[in-house]
Ligand binder design. Sequence first.
Ligand code: SAM
Length: 245
Amino acid sequence: MTYTKNDGNSSAYSNEFFNNEWRIYQKVLNNNYLRHGEIYSILHKLLVNYFQKSFSMLDLGCGDCTFITQALLNTTITEYQGVDLSESALKIARSNMASLDCEKNFIQGNFLEVVPELVNQRHDRFDIIVASYALHHLSFEQKDLMIGQLASLLQAGGAFILIDVVRRKEEVREVFMKRYLEGVRKHWSLLTPQEYLMTENHISSQDFPETQEALYEISRKHNFTRAECLYCDPLDVIQLLCFYR
Ligand SMILES: C[S@@+](CC[C@H](N)C(=O)[O-])C[C@H]1O[C@@H](n2cnc3c(N)ncnc32)[C@H](O)[C@@H]1O
């Protein structure tokens, strides 16, 4: 299950992403190609139903916070902490989150370094940790390590929300990529040929999805008590998974 991966530790990577691919990513979001509409509406309902009392959230790879802001409106959130490599994205995030009435903190940095630091500092535990389209860059071993660290950053009764591409059971990465990119070619119809090429290059070189079974196995190993899939897109490539402590 070991795949080569982006080392995820370079702010140059993120600046390049912001400069070259951010505009395309905005187009992808605006056309709901990655199903943010459905997913963040489910997340909002989960936050409202699961947390009657106040809650805190850590958001890894928060980007510009467009959708998480919508999900957090009219909830009982009291503390939000966003982490992202890109200062440009965080600048927009601060503005997007301005209307939200809670304590906000944005850390510009690599979550592969920030998360262990929070663990070492014995930072106050979070009720919810979100990683939305941010962990698929990591190798299997890095995801395993990260999810273990996140378990120790969560309150008892808290939850880790993973929104990302997920392979089918026993589907190897190459087969997943073929299926995923066929869907992109067919359905992401408003991308120009050049935008499509850049997207294909990004996905082929940066996306290293796991199967749901492997993610559930990792979560059991790190003492999460329960896992459930709250959303799977019609093409069976994207999932919203919830791991409860
Ligand atoms: C595809 S965007 C997702 C943004 C947002 N979470 C969403 O769902 O729309 C991935 C974000 O994760 C950030 N990112 C990727 N790897 C990271 C890392 N190792 N540490 C911190 N941020 C990272 C990127 O800068 C980018 O803003």
